[in-house]
Design a binder for this molecule. Structure first.
Ligand SMILES: [Fe+2]
Ligand SMILES: [Fe+2]
Length: 198
């Protein structure tokens, strides 16, 4: 980090030697770092730019189009941001990409939105697994789950429909303020003290 000096760093070589002063220094660095989460997500989303993988649109355009369709259908900001990020794991979680977006979103969104994101890969499979010799009904494993219909709806209305090169897709800059608002403060995290309830 710019401006880092040794005075800005903890002195321990192993955490067993750590002191309250050390952790005050570290905690002082954490909030500015965490505050730049949205910037890191934007940088990572742009890694999908130009990455077609054989699809009619590249993975960034697919992500933007999924979010645009959700926005134009009147979804709330948390939902739109989930739609924007749902495939961000394609780069580093090539064999389980929904897990990555779900993990990123977990502190910020409802349990239902987290579930939709985590399971969208299986539900999206309804639209193509049979072309690859797989079971398109793999999602039936989840039939009866409280979020089954919501996840099926996400894939039907927004995700499977977001491969149209002619669609008027909103740019990433349109979604940036939403992404910043949704990721500004975690609703649940093991690093955040629970507030006492009366
Ligand atoms: Fe996906
Ligand atoms: Fe997708």
């Amino acid at each position: 980090m710019a401006g880092d000096t040794h005075a800005d760093r903890a002195r321990f070589a192993a955490m067993t030697e750590g002191t309250r002063e050390d952790w005050a220094i570290i905690a002082g660095h954490f909030m500015p770092f965490a505050g730049k989460l949205a910037d890191r997500l934007i940088a990572h989303l742009t890694l999908l730019d130009g990455d077609y993988g054989g699809f009619p649109v590249d993975r960034l355009q697919h992500s933007l189009q999924t979010a645009t369709r959700a926005h134009r259908d009147g979804r709330d900001e948390d939902y739109i941001v989930m739609a924007l990020l749902h495939d961000i794991g394609d780069t580093l979680c090539s064999y389980n990409h929904p897990d990555m977006a779900a993990a990123i979103l977990k502190p910020f969104v409802s349990e239902e939105l987290h579930w939709i994101c985590a399971q969208h890969g299986v539900f999206q499979g309804y639209y193509f697994f049979h072309h690859l010799g797989l079971d398109r009904d793999m999602r039936e494993h989840f039939r009866g789950h409280p979020h089954f219909e919501a996840c099926a709806e996400f894939c039907e209305k927004y995700d499977q429909a977001a491969f149209d090169p002619a669609y008027d897709t909103a740019p990433l800059s349109f979604f940036e303020p939403m992404l910043r608002r949704v990721t500004a403060a975690p609703k649940n995290s093991m690093y955040v003290k629970k507030t006492e309830t009366a």
